[in-house]
Design a protein around this ligand. Structure first.
Ligand code: ADP
Length: 449
């Protein structure tokens, strides 16, 4: 940055100096050429006065750099300081002008002098013309005169530009480099930098805020993970302790032969609980990790519901619960096996927490906001203050009842994760003693949106 800034200042300063010099040279040229002509005209007047009084004798006493000519009114050359010049000069423009207007001037190539010459001519009282030929004032001759001072001045200007560029670049960059990026102070920098410092400060605050948020999110997740591990261990330990206890009793012959079937039944039930629990943990961690989540496709939700009803038919019949499916044949964009898992868990709960002879109604509706599924039961209901918490892992309203009906406490967590994956909102409508309705509102299919 410093290099670029330095170069920009340096070249700007050099360009400025060159511009100044050019203006000075141009002004000198204009002034110099007018001075030159004035001096030559003065000389012409002097020669005119001399010739008017002394005639041709005047030229005997002249000397100088300029060429002098005296031309008669008919163009005959009466005198010329260049030797061997004679003949007729009537056709020379300056002579023509002087004869008609009194004075004449022209800058042209002179074949006699073999150079470009500035001629000034003036008519005398007798009609003859005196003419001076001099080297014209050119830009080149001016430059030649000014060459040495120009070179010195330019060298000085470049040197000063270098110093100036270094000084300015340093005074611009030093305060920037000195800014403490963690805690920049507005009063330490010049006014042009203050908006930058303010932006850095604002960004620092934002970063600190985000770090705090990330930290607390991290801590929250850590706490959740620890709690989950503790819960899992506990949930696994309980059935294993039962299994081990019953098995030990049987091994030691402490069980009467007629009780063996009941005891082994208990062992079988606890083992089934373990299998269900481990299955739910696996499903949940798969949804959690989001690593092996399947591709989404268009799924006929009606068919998923039908399949779930037939899976639960046996359990429902055992409790005298009637299940029905009504509404539209809706379709959603999602992962079929996760959707089946969600519908199954909702229906499973609707059966488990139902009353004897209750009903479970699945209603599918096509709404402008997308597909909607409601699973309604006529069961025990959920108190309002528990309705949020039932989606937490291992949270049960009534732990012993949940265990009695074979619950793991993970069913609704799986539903919640599945809903997240499908951008689906869940609403619970429940009255204790009357029943519960859980509604899943899916987003519209892409083609319908
Ligand atoms: P569980 O395996 O215990 O059923 P869930 O996560 O599926 O675990 O549900 C959490 C708790 O929410 C249940 O223990 C139960 O107390 C309550 N619950 C869920 N669904 C219903 C329902 N349809 N009716 C009444 N209570 C319910």
């Amino acid at each position: 940055m410093k290099g670029k800034l330095f170069k920009q200042i340096f070249w700007s300063a050099v360009a400025f100096c060159v511009l100044c010099f050019s203006i000075i040279v141009a002004a000198s040229y204009v002034y110099g050429s007018s001075q030159h002509r004035e001096r030559l005209w003065e000389e012409v007047s002097y020669v005119v006065a001399g010739v008017e009084t002394a005639g041709a004798d005047f030229f005997d006493h002249t000397s100088g750099e300029e060429r002098l000519s005296w031309i008669a009114a008919d163009g005959t050359v009466l005198y010329d300081s260049l030797p061997a010049v004679g003949g007729d000069h009537l056709d020379r423009p300056e002579v023509q002008q002087a004869l008609t207007a009194g004075q004449g001037e022209s800058t042209r190539y002179s074949s006699t002098a073999e150079a470009t010459v500035l001629f000034l001519a003036q008519r005398l009282s007798d009609g003859s013309v005196v003419r001076i030929g001099a080297e014209p004032y050119t830009f080149f001759s001016l430059l030649m005169n000014l060459f040495a001072p120009l070179v010195v001045a330019l060298a000085l200007a470049v040197g000063l530009s270098l110093l100036l560029a270094r000084y300015v670049a340093n005074s611009v960059t030093r305060p920037i480099n000195a800014i403490d990026l963690s805690f920049p102070e507005e009063r330490d920098v010049y006014p042009e930098l203050q908006p930058l410092v303010r932006r850095i400060n604002a960004q620092n605050r934002q970063i600190r805020h985000q770090i705090e948020e990330l930290k607390s999110e991290h801590e929250r997740q850590d706490a959740m993970r620890r709690e989950f591990t503790a819960n899992v261990s506990h949930e696994l330990k309980t059935p294993l302790t039962s299994i081990s206890g019953y098995a030990e009793l049987m091994r030691e012959g402490a069980v009467r032969p007629e009780d063996v079937s009941r005891f082994s039944g208990k062992i079988y039930d606890e083992a089934q609980r373990l299998i269900t629990l481990v299955g739910d943990i696996i499903k949940l961690s798969r949804l959690d990790s989001q690593l092996e989540l399947p591709e989404k496709t268009t799924v006929e939700l009606w068919e998923v519901c039908e399949a779930t009803l037939s899976q639960l038919e046996h359990a429902a019949r055992k409790r005298g619960v009637t299940m029905r499916l009504t509404g539209d044949r809706v379709r959603v964009f999602g992962a079929e096996y996760i959707l089946s898992e969600m519908v199954y868990n909702l229906c499973d709960n609707a059966v488990k927490y139902n009353r004897e002879e209750g009903t479970v109604t699945l209603t599918l509706t096509n709404t402008p906001e997308g597909a909607r599924l409601t699973v309604a039961d006529t069961g025990i209901g959920i108190p309002v203050q528990e309705q949020e918490r039932i989606f937490e892992r291992f949270y049960r309203v009534d732990k012993s009842h949940s265990k009695d009906v074979g619950g793991t406490g993970l069913g609704l967590s799986i539903v919640k994760h599945g809903a997240l994956y499908h951008q689906t909102t869940i609403t619970v409508n429940s009255t204790v003693g009357e029943g519960t309705a859980v509604t899943l509102q899916f987003p519209p299919l892409a083609s319908e949106a």
